[in-house]
Design a protein around this ligand. Sequence first.
Ligand code: 1PR
Length: 530
Amino acid sequence: MISLLDYGAGNVRSVRNAIVRLGFRLNEIRRPEDILAAERLIFPGVGAFGAAMERLHALGYVEPLREYLQAGRPFLGICIGLQGLFEASEESPGVPGLGIIPGTVRRFQGPGLTVPHMGWNGLRQQRPAALLDGIDDHRFYFVHSYHALASPANADWVLATTDYGDGAFISAVQHGEVAAVQFHPEKSGVPGLELLRRFLVGETLAQAAGPLPPRPPTRLAKRVIACLDVRSNDAGDLVVTKGDQYDVREAAGGAVRNLGKPVDLARRYYDEGADEITFLNITAFRDFPLADQPMLEVLRRTSENVFVPLTIGGGIRAFTAADGTAYSAIDVVTEYFRSGADKVSIGSDAVDTVEQVRAGGGDGNSAIEQIAHRYGSQAVVISVDPRRVYVEAPQQTAHTVVATANPGPNGERWCWFQCTVRGGREGRDVDAVELARTCEMLGAGEILLNSIDRDGTGTGFDLELIAAVRAAVKIPVIASSGAGRPEHFSEVFQHTGADAALAAGIFHRREVPIAAVKAQLRADGIPVRD
Ligand code: 1PR
């Protein structure tokens, strides 16, 4: 019997799904005494260090948890579940951790370093241990802004380190039956599930083999993301569709293009090696998203079988339903997280928020701020839908302009990138650079950067747009729109510093397999997850 310490702070559905998929039954910890009664305990921390510790205190869990850990009983911490074992964290000064491992958790920093550390990175196993032996040469999925450092005082705990920025941080610890990992095994595909299985069956103790050979530094992989634009077709069925420059109908006024069933396609992309899967509910701006039960069902069914990160976007904002009931953006995303999402993406509402902030009307209560506060910045993606606006000279606009190698219709050599809302239907007086910067300041954790000009064209990503936004923020940027060939992915990584690249049409139509994209990246020396 496996006990799950769900202290109600976020999405632990993925951990649950992975455990159930591995054939185990789950026991929920509901009272402090359940902790000491547990046989094997999993602590999947989410959110911020301070919030997690405060919650554990409020629930009366801290003392029994310490007792359980000090007795060396079977334990697996995940992410904040690792950080909480330390004495303190810079994330929440003054809030003590469980104090089982000596050391303070620090924030990543460094010139030009993208934070959070998000994506697939490797491990340098420090000593033999059945938990990792033989799977330590795979990459695992990380998402965190804070990290623990190895020191002489905690040397006997360190099982693996991972390189990021200028140094290495602790990515796995183990002491007897107590283990914890900074990455998310439940989101790390087959090797992640294997690690979980080993913990669940009790195959975790160190083997008697000799010391391991030194490992080369690890590298964060560039992510390849499959995107499913989802909406109801004219018959009312939820389908994956795909537009050309955001027009998803076959011909003017024709039927909505139908490229497959969302759950089946997501499963296919997981099997084919997608590093993440994104669902965009593209017409959710019209209706209240929580009324869209089929979409929630898609998420639930996908998360049962897909063990890489899932993002969902569309319609995330505060909403007043027809009966007058007011829902906050938190109500909407809580339902998405409960249904299996790991991240949510906000489009139109982010543009409204940036306009308000610019006008001095930011009240600290935007959807971005609320969600980042409650679920952590890493869970908040901003989906940007920009369109080029050409100008003859930079002085013609107050927006951030770029000199373009693709001149406008009248030979204009400059352009800015105008944000739109409602699926490109309405342009606003906000540019993509300002949007990205302001949303980062408000707490967003990642930018999904589309391009209406390039969407569905297969002519390659808009490198000028992506480079401009990438240079403006420290959070990860996902390049999107226009991929037509594997070479386009290498190009976007080499020329813009994007952290991930997303495509839709070429994958849906089976024109380019994900494996071909990764083979190209590998051939060009760009790190990818196998
Ligand atoms: O504004 O918060 O309700 O969110 C709506 C979301 O739906 C936004 O993320 C917006 O990007 C998306 N969306 C709205 N209308 C469309 C449309 O196509 N008519 N899709 C739409 C955006 C763009 C990409 C696409 C890439 C790659 N789709 O996500 O997948 O361009 O395509 P390609 O590889 O085929 O070129 P809100």
